[in-house]
Design a protein around this ligand. Structure first.
Ligand SMILES: CC(C)(COP(=O)(O)OP(=O)(O)OC[C@H]1O[C@@H](n2cnc3c(N)ncnc32)[C@H](O)[C@@H]1OP(=O)(O)O)[C@@H](O)C(=O)NCCC(=O)NCCS
Length: 247
């Protein structure tokens, strides 16, 4: 028998998860609809499914029900979980789309959502409520803690460690053995070749904290200015030489 499932969050990611479940997990779940805290959505239809109510609707639900929290922001996701766990009839299954490739040595906690075209190789461990968007690859011995979000096309090499609440932007590459600190945000397109401290926003290739990146850009600008002065004075010198020559 199919399990009844409610999706929390009727935004873009919620609609993507709905599509993924209908197309790729339809044998397992029957989606009842969305729950969303935005008042103007309640009672309306999103992606063809009703918005049933807000968190309170789920808190007072009196039958066993599965819930997927489709909210990309790690801290908001954690807040919703903390509220909903008060209803012991709610369970938070891990949803893995058909076609995700992983070995039998991969471990998932509860409440994870693993989207299409992702590959997890061997001895990978995911904590609770990890979201992995489409087309990511996670290599051997990598550990991802709770409430982490990987956006599209993230590649993580072996032996990496991603701590709680980290957000890894789309197209990020993380080389082997790197640690991403708790709550760190890695900007889209970055390449991580050094450990990233907790709560740091890191961008660029190679990824550096935005503050360091700004400092290095302003250093480069002042080097450019000094270089320009040197060039200007070279120009002036040659001008003087030239003038001197005429004189
Ligand atoms: C890094 C990030 C979190 C910064 O967000 P923010 O704090 O709102 O930053 P801003 O847009 O105000 O930009 C601040 C500066 O950082 C730069 N910056 C922002 N994102 C950057 C990135 N990914 N790479 C390089 N530089 C970036 C901006 O150009 C700007 O530079 P400036 O100060 O010289 O003008 C965000 O831009 C990002 O990349 N998030 C990931 C988003 C993502 O992958 N979404 C996928 C949805 S499926």
């Amino acid at each position: 028998m199919k399990k009844k499932l409610v999706l929390v969050g009727a935004g873009g990611f919620g609609r993507e998860v709905l599509w993924q479940i209908n197309e790729h997990c339809a044998n397992e779940y029957e989606v009842m609809g969305f729950v969303d805290n935005s008042c103007d959505l309640i009672g309306r239809y999103v992606g063809g499914m009703p918005v049933l109510g807000d968190d309170d609707w789920l808190l007072s639900y009196d039958k066993e029900i599965c819930v997927a929290i489709c909210i990309a922001n790690p801290k908001i996701r954690r807040g919703i979980y903390n509220r909903l766990k008060k209803n012991s009839l709610i369970s938070f299954p891990t949803i893995v789309a058909d076609g995700v490739v992983f070995s039998d040595t991969v471990r998932f906690g509860q409440g994870c959502i693993i989207c299409l075209s992702t590959i997890l190789t061997v001895d990978v461990a995911l904590g609770d409520f990890v979201i992995v968007n489409p087309n990511c690859s996670i290599a051997h011995d990598t550990i991802i803690d709770d409430f982490v979000t990987l956006y599209y096309n993230v590649n993580i090499a072996g032996n990496a460690r991603i701590h709680d609440y980290a957000e890894i932007g789309m197209g990020v590459n993380i080389i082997q053995g790197m640690t991403i600190g708790e709550g760190a945000v890695i900007g889209a397109g970055a390449v991580v070749v050094r450990d990233i401290p907790k709560n740091c926003v890191a961008v660029g290739v190679p990824a550096a904290s935005r503050e360091r990146e700004r400092e290095s850009r302003s250093r480069n600008r002042s080097h450019e200015r000094i270089g320009k002065h040197l060039n200007d004075s070279d120009e002036m010198m040659s001008h003087f030489v030239f003038m001197g020559g005429v004189a």
